[in-house]
Design a protein around this ligand. Structure first.
Ligand code: SF4
Length: 326
């Protein structure tokens, strides 16, 4: 591990000052400290923000949710409002990491976490994300767990967060505070596809701090849930996953929110699947026909072709689980 300075801040103004000077925010530290040990990350200054007042979960006026950036994963998953209003968020959190990590890691850190591509974590391997312009060892290496959607010739790594898939499906917004004030970014604009510069992963400006994630209100009743398919049943990242939320009234699907994980360089929203569902009546054939569109545009690699079919089946199964057939 490289030497670094450490400072703890007690209010947001202090945090932003430290961030503007190039300090790196740390809360749970469950990703960053690992990466520092492996010398993948070498921050000069760590700014401990755990003392900031960003730990609230509140229901917004219209019935959405605002989850503070420093709420622990386990706290968010167990929160009664999260569980009742958006079970898809609770389930995605509970299927993430291990109990120990969920007790430590924060929501803000979770959506900021970096890829689990093994070449990214091996400082002897070529990796454009870690070392721009050095190449991508995964393109022609062992790429079974890598992305099939949103990839580029520069990077094919998946985004590892589960809850980010639920946030993408629900069209959440990320609240940010920076030297120039507050702003809110749609989740789809917050995480960046790799393009030719995979080292840029979020649309954060220098010194900006994530303060909360806001889930907008959706028509009620809203059934939702998260399905994660992985090589083993716990403490493993998704091969594929599906976050589904459906508003069904009078036997007709009025609103459908669907996103996939484990397959994209960012959480992968599925608008063509959603459009296929809205206005229709739940049925076995509808779920199959909609899920058939889940892998549109996929560009599989040598070892991950199986993800195309697995993704369709994951989405179909979760549509059936959430929507039933009536
Ligand atoms: Fe690096 Fe991305 Fe290639 Fe992995 S897929 S080696 S993270 S550039």
């Amino acid at each position: 591990m490289h030497p670094f300075a450490f400072t703890k801040v007690s209010d947001t103004r202090e945090a932003l000052d430290a961030g503007r000077r190039g300090g790196r925010y740390i809360a749970g530290g469950t990703t960053l400290v690992d990466l520092m040990r492996e010398t993948v990350e070498r921050p000069e200054t760590l700014v401990d923000i755990t003392g900031l007042p960003l730990r609230e979960v509140t229901v917004t006026e219209r019935g959405g949710l605002r989850i503070g950036a420093l709420v622990r994963m386990a706290e968010a998953a167990a929160h009664p409002k999260v569980r009742t209003l958006f079970p898809v968020v609770s389930e995605a959190l509970e299927l993430s990491a291990s109990a120990q990590l969920r007790n430590m890691a924060t929501l803000g850190g979770n959506i900021m976490q970096r890829t689990r591509c093994t070449y990214f974590r091996d400082v002897t391997a070529d990796c454009n994300k870690r070392e721009p312009e050095s190449g991508c060892a995964a393109l022609h290496g062992f790429n079974r767990t890598h992305a099939i959607l949103g990839t580029s010739d520069h990077c094919v790594a998946t985004h590892p967060s589960d809850v980010a898939v639920a946030f993408a499906a629900l069209e959440a917004r990320v609240s940010l505070l920076g030297p120039e004030g507050e702003r809110h970014l749609p989740f789809a604009d917050f995480l960046l596809r790799p393009g030719s510069s995979p080292q840029h992963e979020q649309a954060l400006r220098k010194g900006e701090l994530i303060t909360a994630v806001e889930i907008p209100a959706h028509p009620r009743p809203l059934r939702s849930g998260y399905l994660k398919v992985r090589d083993r049943q716990s403490y493993e990242f998704a091969l594929t996953s599906a976050a589904v939320a459906l508003h069904i009234r009078g036997g007709v699907i009025r609103e459908a929110k669907v996103a996939a994980g484990g397959v994209g360089t960012v959480p992968w929203k599925l608008p063509t699947v959603e459009r296929h569902l809205v206005g229709e009546r739940p049925s076995e054939s509808l779920w199959a026909a909609a899920a058939e569109r889940a892998a549109d545009g996929a560009r599989p690699l040598e070892h991950n072709r199986f993800k195309v079919e697995l993704l369709k089946r994951t989405v179909e199964r979760q549509l059936r689980t959430i929507g039933g057939t009536k």
